[in-house]
Design a protein around this ligand. Structure first.
Ligand SMILES: [Zn+2]
Length: 467
């Protein structure tokens, strides 16, 4: 149980830097609507499900499945927890009555418990008995909570986190104990392909792709292709991705497994690979990383308010003082992202820099983020961060005339201009892992290639939910 739960969580939390591309896709969409074009987009798409028997091909063709109702997971859990009794009514004790509530906008625990006929004492008991109770602080509108109240006392609570994850609390002789319930979805591969007439967004839409899938694909190729400027009519793509099913019903889209994008006659390919350490990333078929080791900017869509300048007049001190970084003006609270993988070497107050995070990356590189309003959770010396992780929020602590991020890039102890410094090359597959990489990814690329020649293709059910 615990194991599955961890997998599901890490899949959700894992993330690929997004932003520019998302905006590019949406901007393009807006443009299309304005121009009223997009009549000639061609695409085809197929969903294939098959048996586990190699060679036995079962093909289905469909383009856009009608929306399917989300399966009532809570019902399943309830069945597990409380099998139906069949004794005569006059003999059996009254069946415990669970009351279900959907979290509404503005609800908090106190409000929900009151709705269930309970007071804050029950919340206090839960929190003092079960340490998992802190997860209840994360309730969001639309989530479900079920209460078992007997004689005005809370005896059980179920918190349905999402379609796959629930948390239950039961009152025993020694107070509440908690249990995590994680359902593992069946994962199948699906394909989509399209050629672009006006915009990637529209092409994806016509191919029946959810917009977040289109965006994920754009993020994968975003280091090679500028989706705002480079896209031209006749560009095309193919994508093989996971679809998640629970009890035969589709509950969502998982990761892109392999994809191909042809831009201006040049074809780029990418495949997802999870290394021995459990890190997943996208690579070219020969094992080069699709992503650069560093993002150019730590904030999405921010305007540079002050450039790197070693002879600048300081806006607050009004003296000539080197400006050793780049300032990005942004609203207070805007998330700041680590530009590369690394280890936090400083997180705290640092003179005129105010609240500052310094990250030590490989290859003698250090990045610094100043004037933060607040740090992200877990920012302390030695904490590991991945490229794109939120490390803090824009503010104006220290010597700052207004909310902005001050960002510095150091190479071997020398301060460099973050906007122009040559960024280190992408991280590829290590030699020691190349055999494993090839063994894992070649069949996936072959499946994608096969799809190129035919829409009819079978793919065995694949358990890849740990990726
Ligand atoms: Zn600055």
């Amino acid at each position: 149980m615990k194991h599955y739960y961890t997998i599901a969580r890490s899949t959700l939390l894992e993330h690929v830097p997004r932003g520019h591309l998302a905006a590019a896709a949406l901007l393009s969409a807006g443009l299309v609507i304005l121009l009223g074009t997009d009549s000639n987009t061609t695409q085809s798409s197929t969903i294939i499900q098959s048996s586990n028997i190699p060679g036995l091909e079962i093909q289905g063709t469909e383009t856009q499945a009608a929306p399917i109702a989300i399966p009532p997971v809570e019902t399943i859990i309830q069945q597990i927890a409380a099998p139906a009794e069949k004794e005569p009514v006059d003999v059996a004790p009254p069946k415990p009555q669970w009351k279900e509530f959907t979290v509404q906008n503005g609800d908090n625990l106190s409000v929900l418990f009151k709705r269930a006929g309970l007071n804050d004492r029950a919340i206090y008991e839960l929190f003092s008995d079960a340490k998992d109770a802190k997860d209840l602080r994360n309730i969001r509108p639309g989530q479900k909570m079920e209460f078992l109240v007997e004689d005005g006392r809370l005896n059980g609570l179920k918190y349905v986190v999402d379609e796959l994850n629930s948390l239950t609390f039961d009152r025993g002789t020694k107070g509440f104990t908690s249990k995590e319930i994680a359902l593992k979805p069946d994962v199948k591969y699906a394909f989509r392909q399209a050629s672009i007439d006006s915009s990637l967004y529209m092409a994806g839409k016509r191919a029946g792709m959810p917009s977040n899938l289109t965006m994920e694909m754009a993020n994968i190729f975003g280091w090679d292709i500028d989706f705002a400027l480079d896209i031209q009519k006749g560009d095309s793509f193919k994508v093989m991705y996971e679809e998640q099913f629970l009890n035969g019903k589709k509950i969502g889209v998982g990761k892109v497994i392999a994809a191909e994008f042809t831009n201006g006659g040049k074809t780029f390919k990418a495949v997802r690979y999870t290394d021995k350490a459990g890190n997943s990333a996208y690579y070219t078929p020969d094992g080069r990383g699709m992503h650069k080791a560093f993002l150019r900017t730590p904030i999405e869509f921010a305007r540079i308010s002050s450039h790197f300048n070693l002879a600048r007049k300081h806006p607050v001190l009004h003296i000539i003082r080197a400006h050793k970084g780049t300032d990005y003006a942004a609203a207070r609270g805007t998330p700041i992202r680590a530009t590369g993988n690394g280890k936090v070497s400083f997180a705290g107050r640092k003179g005129g820099y105010g609240n500052t995070v310094i990250i030590q990356h490989g290859q003698g590189i250090q990045t610094l983020y100043g004037h933060m309003n607040a740090f992200a959770k877990g920012m302390r010396n030695g904490a590991r961060v991945s490229q794109g992780d939120v490390i803090g929020y824009v503010g104006s602590t220290g010597l700052a005339s207004g909310p902005h991020l001050h960002y510095e890039f150091h190479v071997n102890g020398q301060v460099r201009n973050p906007v122009t410094v040559p960024l280190p090359k992408s991280i590829g597959i290590e030699k020691t892992e190349l055999a494993r990489f090839n063994e894992t990814t070649r069949p996936l690329i072959a499946k994608l290639d096969q799809f190129k020649s035919s829409n009819r293709l079978a793919v065995a059910n694949n358990d890849t939910s740990g990726n």
